[in-house]
Structures are given as C-alpha cells and as structure tokens.
Design a protein around this ligand. Structure first.
Ligand SMILES: [Fe+2]
Ligand SMILES: [Fe+2]
Length: 216
C-alpha cells in the first residue's frame, strides 16, 4: 500500500488536484440538491429559519388574538362583541373631518378587516347552523345583507376619504350594520340558541373559535 502510494507520488499532486477538482464538482453538484455542504446552504438555512420564525410568530399572534376572543364567551357573545367593535370603529370614522384623509383610510381598513372576519364566522358557521335548524329564510336574508355590507365597503373605497359625501355614506353604512346586528342579537340568535342543547351550543362556539383562528 505504502509502496504503491509512494510510487505514484510524482503524480500525486496533479492527481490530487484532479481528484480535488472532481470532488469540488461533486460537492457543487451535490449542493444543488442537498441541504448541506455548500455555500448556498447557510443562505437557504437562514431563509428557512426566517420562514419558520415568521410562521411561529404568525401562529403565536393568531393564538393570542383567538385567545382574547375565546375569553369573551359563547359564540353569540363573541359575535355581539364583534358588533360592538365594528360600531365603535364607525363612531371614530364619524368623528373625523375631511382633512383627516389618512385617519379615514386607516379606519376603513380596520373596519374592512373586522367585518370580513365577522362575516366569515357567520357565513361559515352560524348561518349554516341556522339553516340546519330550519331557520333558512332568515339566514338567507342576513347573508344577503352581508352583500350590502361589501357594497358599502366598495363604495367608500371608490369615492375616497376626501369625498364630500363620505360621512353621509358612513352614516348610512352604520345604520345598516346597527339594524343587522340588532336583528341578529335580539331576535334570530336568541330564538335559535334557546333550542340548542349545551353540546350543540358548545360545538358552535368551538367552530367559531376555530374559524376565527385562521381569520385572525
Ligand atoms: Fe351578520
Ligand atoms: Fe353579525
């Protein structure tokens, strides 16, 4: 072994160089398809770590948001709290003047997010449960009104915060939401809830919370 190695010593340098070059190529080609052993690996690793941290942070944020919401109580209390929150945003919008265009834009974004999340809870969980219980006409009517809500959001975005009729539009919009929320909180939800068993009630709360987690 030693003799053979020694006998080829004169060629070792070039051989080793060729071998090294083969190894380099091998390492390069490996790096394109493997997670380690290449100069790209730290970058890729850092990117993946960044994604993982981002996902964990987002997951934590969602858990926190949902934990806050779940602390409110049953599904109907969660929805009522969301109605109150939306109405409070409307009141802030109505307290602005035409010079506060940035504030108006921010409040409209906040309102859009709040109403979107709220509508998702109702359309994906509560209204189907109402229909299942035979309260179909009312559920369909409520869902139709959610379409009107989207139209108001569209119109407010379209006219812009500096429009002279912005406040008037917001006032009309608030009246729709207030009427709709009142119908849900005072009539439709209580009459539905009173016929639910404790298990059914808890199931709807759990589904609303689960839906809220992904929407948070
Ligand atoms: Fe609704
Ligand atoms: Fe609602």
């Amino acid at each position: 072994m030693a003799t053979r190695t020694q006998g080829r010593s004169s060629n070792r340098s070039s051989s080793s160089s060729r071998s090294g070059s083969r190894n380099d190529r091998s390492s390069e080609s490996r790096s394109a398809f493997s997670w380690g052993g290449s100069s790209a690996a730290p970058v890729l690793g850092a990117a993946l770590a960044g994604v993982a941290i981002g996902l964990a942070a987002n997951f934590g944020r969602k858990a926190l948001m949902q934990g806050m919401e779940a602390a409110v109580g049953d599904w109907d209390e969660i929805l009522a709290a969301e109605h109150d929150m939306a109405l409070a945003i409307f009141d802030k919008m109505l307290a602005t003047d035409a010079t506060q265009t940035f504030k108006r834009k921010m409040l409209l974004m906040k309102l859009t997010h709040a109403l979107d999340k709220h509508a998702h809870h109702e359309e994906m969980v509560v209204y189907p449960a109402l229909r299942e219980a035979g309260i179909k006409v009312e559920a369909d009517q409520l869902e139709l009104e959610h379409g009107e809500v989207k139209t108001f959001l569209y119109e407010l975005n379209k006219i812009g915060p500096e429009a002279p009729n912005w406040l008037e539009k917001v006032r009309e919009f608030r009246a729709l939401i207030s009427r709709h929320a009142h119908m849900e909180e005072e009539e439709i939800f209580p009459s539905f809830k009173q016929d639910l068993s404790e298990e059914q009630d808890a199931e709807i709360t759990s589904l609303v919370n689960r839906d809220g987690f992904w929407m948070a």
